[in-house]
Write a protein that binds this ligand. Structure first.
Ligand code: PLP
Length: 462
């Protein structure tokens, strides 16, 4: 039976709100009253249910303070990515290069020539700012950029295949995280999916047999987040181009991640580069701005002028258009690709993916040294070898060797420590392996190492 006493520690709503007002003079009064009401009601319920048998006024105030701070904090905020997944879709995919951050900051706070032709003094096109450089980098005739690659695929299908058939191999009907599926996008675009081949094997003759008077185009989808191994066969873009053009059909490829550099030079598997795909004669190629390219979220479309111009005129293009901040960041990122050596150093996604294990090890050792110096009671830390992931539905088979700091606390489950790190400010996102909390140092930035030490100390109130 709940005693009367814990109830007595619950103050009146207006008193608690007043106390909070002294601690947070800048906070809006209605927010404080709301917190005070929520906290007092919640405590009353907990005591009635027998979940709390003891309560003192300090506990009430601490709880209320925590709530106020949660409400005052930004919802979208930085976290430390210690998962080792470089292009982590849930953690914001790519980190922008400094040059891109500068460009977007400058454009954000000032007027710009977004849609103004400075030479002719009249209305211009927002796409002009990246079109030339995209053509220069990929060898395409024309280019267009939209909100993301999902939009690029939708716009391409809707423009070139409305009410008509699109031939796709059964081995390429992919689903990307976040419910993007080729068959579903096809339906929404108004195109009709014509599946050919089997899951593991599709032949050129399968495509050929499916062509009829209602065929609009042949589509290839890059298997960005999975692989079909063993008894398998797929038809190359170049072969499809020959077939398509023989029948007067455009051939389109959704490249997914899309990259400009050859990852095999860095010990990773080879992904087709955009230049290669364009060079193979594909008529329209779509890819993401924030996966392997390492720029802002965007959908990039490059290809033959006659098709890109039709895409630009589609009214749907207005609904999926790119905004000026993205454009600014995208132009700055693309410019870095003029020097591939520099690009790999200056674009964080590329730098993190290609970082040699020895360099990751140095970051791990640096964290370990600092943790040992601090001697946090009960915390055990050691260096472990592990593998990172590229993530973002890119290079699914790549597992770059990496190093992690494995943490454990006497008497704590790994889940409890993982949660405590996640509740820190900024939150540290880790992963659990073999009952330990792993901080994979590939994705931890050097300037975050000291911060992690401070956050760990804070967990024990030090
Ligand atoms: C990631 C991906 C998409 C979606 O790209 P977003 O930029 O996330 O919209 C589409 N197709 C493929 C093959 C992908 O890998």
């Amino acid at each position: 039976m709940a005693s009367e006493r814990p109830f007595r520690a619950i103050p009146a709503v207006h008193e608690l709100a007043r106390d909070l007002g002294q601690l947070y003079p800048e906070a809006p009064e209605n927010l404080l009253v709301m917190v005070a009401r929520d906290v007092t009601e919640e405590l009353r319920r907990e005591i009635s249910a027998g979940k709390r048998t003891h309560l003192d006024p300090q506990e009430v105030l601490n709880l209320a303070r925590k709530r106020v701070e949660e409400k005052l904090a930004f919802s979208l905020r930085p976290v430390i990515n210690a998962t080792g997944v470089v292009v982590h879709t849930n953690l914001g995919r790519s980190l922008l290069p400094e040059e891109a951050v500068e460009a977007l900051t400058e454009i954000a706070a000032r007027y710009s020539n977004l849609e103004f032709d400075l030479q002719r003094g009249q209305r211009g096109s927002r796409y002009s700012h990246v079109e030339e450089i995209l053509c220069e980098l990929t060898g395409a005739e024309e280019a267009l950029v939209v909100n993301n690659n999902a939009a690029a695929v939708l716009l391409t299908l809707n423009t070139l295949a409305l009410g008509r058939e699109v031939i796709v191999s059964r081995g390429e009907l992919v689903e990307i995280g976040g419910s993007f599926r080729i068959p579903d996008v096809m339906v929404r675009s108004g195109a009709i999916l014509r599946e050919v081949g089997a899951t593991n094997r599709t032949h050129l003759r399968d495509y050929e047999a499916a062509i009829n008077e209602n065929t609009a185009l042949i589509m290839k989808v890059h298997k960005s987040n999975f692989a079909i191994v063993g008894f398998s066969k797929e038809v190359s873009g170049a072969e499809l181009v020959l077939l398509g053009h023989e029948h007067g059909l455009p051939v389109v490829e959704d490249l997914g991640s899309g990259c400009f550099i050859d990852f095999s030079r860095y010990g990773l598997l080879k992904e087709p580069t955009v230049q290669e795909v364009v060079g193979a004669g594909l008529d329209v190629v779509t890819f993401s701005g924030d996966k392997l390219l390492g720029g802002p979220q965007a959908g990039l479309i490059v290809g033959r002028g006659e098709f890109i111009r039709r895409l630009k005129k589609n009214p749907l293009n207005r609904a999926v258009r790119i905004d000026k901040l993205t454009l600014a960041a995208l132009e700055a990122t693309l410019r870095l690709y003029r020097d591939l050596e520099q690009a790999v150093k200056r674009i964080p996604t590329l730098a993190l993916i290609t970082m040699p294990a020895s360099q990751v090890k140095k970051k791990a050792q640096s964290l370990l040294r600092r943790l040992r110096k601090e001697k946090i009671p009960h915390l055990k830390a050691r260096l472990v070898k592990t593998v990172s992931r590229v993530g973002g539905g890119a290079l699914p088979l790549a597992s770059p060797p990496s190093y992690a700091v494995a943490l454990s606390v006497d008497g704590w489950s790994a889940a409890r420590l993982e949660k405590a790190l996640r509740a820190s400010t900024p939150p540290v996102i880790s992963r659990i392996e073999a009952d330990k909390v792993y901080l994979d140092m590939r994705t931890v930035l050097p300037e975050e190492i000291n911060l992690i030490v401070r956050l760990l100390k804070k967990i024990w109130g030090e």
